[in-house]
Design a protein around this ligand. Structure first.
Ligand code: GLN
Length: 381
């Protein structure tokens, strides 16, 4: 709501302010962080600074556009399934999805509590590492935040160590734009030239990641959004009638189409008689995906893939086709389901100038390797 002033700051924001950061405003995003194009925003879509006919990505498209437009050097967004990495790729920025539990979610409006993470965007790796280092760490206000001895990321970007990088072969298949395919392979060549070893790996269950995500996250969202009932805060419609009428009118008017779609998907998946078939099954698939990543990280240090199957698409292009929209997060969702950290690195461009992102995923709490690999590629950009 336009008039809503939060009564307290998120822990990540407090930590940045305490370190001397100046918060200049809040940016536009898809409603409740549900969307991949900014078009489901209550305020209307943000435009991509490179070309105003294109989406900046979503859901944290406003944060990405503000950094790409050089309004601010750094911004925070939130990730549930790619909402910072995908806008980073579409706007030519670095975007990090931290390990689940590394940045406190206190003060973050919950979308799907088991994958949500506050995530930074920046135009260079040092700034990205600095924001992350400032914001991360255990917070007693978020029981899922982890006490971990974070290294001095910005001071450790230079490394002479050679990494083993797995090329996730499932990502280089149908649906991937051929120019993006080439950009990612060029990045791989640059890394090999630098002495790193790149080997093919397979994560077969990632094929089910989107299906799994669109059961688990709407289920969590439908529970999280139950609090927006017109009683405690926010919009209230029809308060003179019965409580049920007031709830249903408030929620019918207050939520946008995409949010309602997720609530319906989620409540259906959790409803009696369907729980085992959908939510429980999806949770098992999620565990399979997580184990495949765990196994991969016993053989390689990092996994490389494209961040997105296409570069920034046109505003209006996918808004009437939810499935096509959901597929734009096909490569970012697996890391969100597993809790692993992942980064999008802006490497090269399409022949028409649109930015392209290369994604690296690391094992749990190995953000340092992500910053280091991104810093190596930064020299080649
Ligand atoms: N686009 C994905 C979704 O709509 C991811 C959103 C996000 O990461 N917040 O669920």
């Amino acid at each position: 709501m336009d008039s809503y002033v939060p009564p307290y700051d998120a822990t990540a924001v407090t930590r940045l302010i305490d370190a001397g950061a100046v918060i200049i405003g809040k940016t536009n995003m898809d409603e409740f962080a549900m969307g991949s194009s900014n078009e489901t925003s209550y305020y209307g879509p943000v435009k991509n600074p490179f070309d105003h006919t294109l989406t900046p990505g979503g859901s944290s498209g406003g944060s990405a556009a503000a950094v790409a437009q050089k309004i601010v050097p750094i911004a925070l967004g939130s990730e549930t399934g790619g909402s910072v990495r995908q806008p980073a790729a579409f706007c030519g920025l670095f975007g990090l999805k931290p390990s689940y539990g590394s940045v406190s979610r206190y003060g973050l409006v919950a979308h799907a509590s088991s994958t949500d993470q506050i995530s930074p965007l920046a135009s260079n790796v040092r700034d990205l590492a600095l924001v992350y280092k400032t914001a991360c760490g255990r917070d007693p206000n978020d029981s899922t935040s982890v006490a971990f001895d974070h290294p001095d990321y910005p001071g450790l970007l230079e490394t002479n160590g050679k990494l083993r990088i797995g090329i996730q072969k499932e990502c280089f298949a149908e649906g991937l734009d051929s120019e993006i395919d080439k950009v990612v392979r060029d990045a791989i060549k640059a890394l090999e030239h630098d002495g790193h070893t790149c080997v093919d790996i397979s994560l077969p269950s990632t094929e089910y990641a989107i299906a799994c995500y669109y059961i688990i996250t709407p289920a969590e969202a439908s529970a999280n959004l139950a609090r927006f009932d017109g009683v405690r805060y926010g919009l209230r419609v029809g308060s003179d009638e019965s409580l049920d009428d007031m709830y249903s009118k408030t929620r019918s008017v207050g939520f946008g189409r995409e949010v309602k779609r997720r609530i319906m998907l989620g409540t259906y998946a959790l409803s009696s008689g369907y729980y085992d078939a959908y939510y429980l099954k999806a949770s098992k698939v999620r565990e399979l995906i997580r184990r495949e990543y765990e196994d991969a990280f016993s053989k390689v240090d990092l996994i490389v893939s494209p961040t997105t199957p296409t570069a920034a698409f046109r505003l209006g292009e996918k808004i009437d086709d939810p499935l096509a929209m959901y597929l734009s997060d096909i490569y970012t969702i697996p890391a969100s389901l597993t809790g692993c950290p992942a980064i999008s690195v802006p490497f090269s461009r399409m022949s028409d100038g649109r930015p392209v992102g290369v994604q690296f995923t690391a094992s749990y709490f190995d953000e340092l390797s992500l910053f280091q690999i991104a810093h190596i590629l930064e020299h080649w950009i």
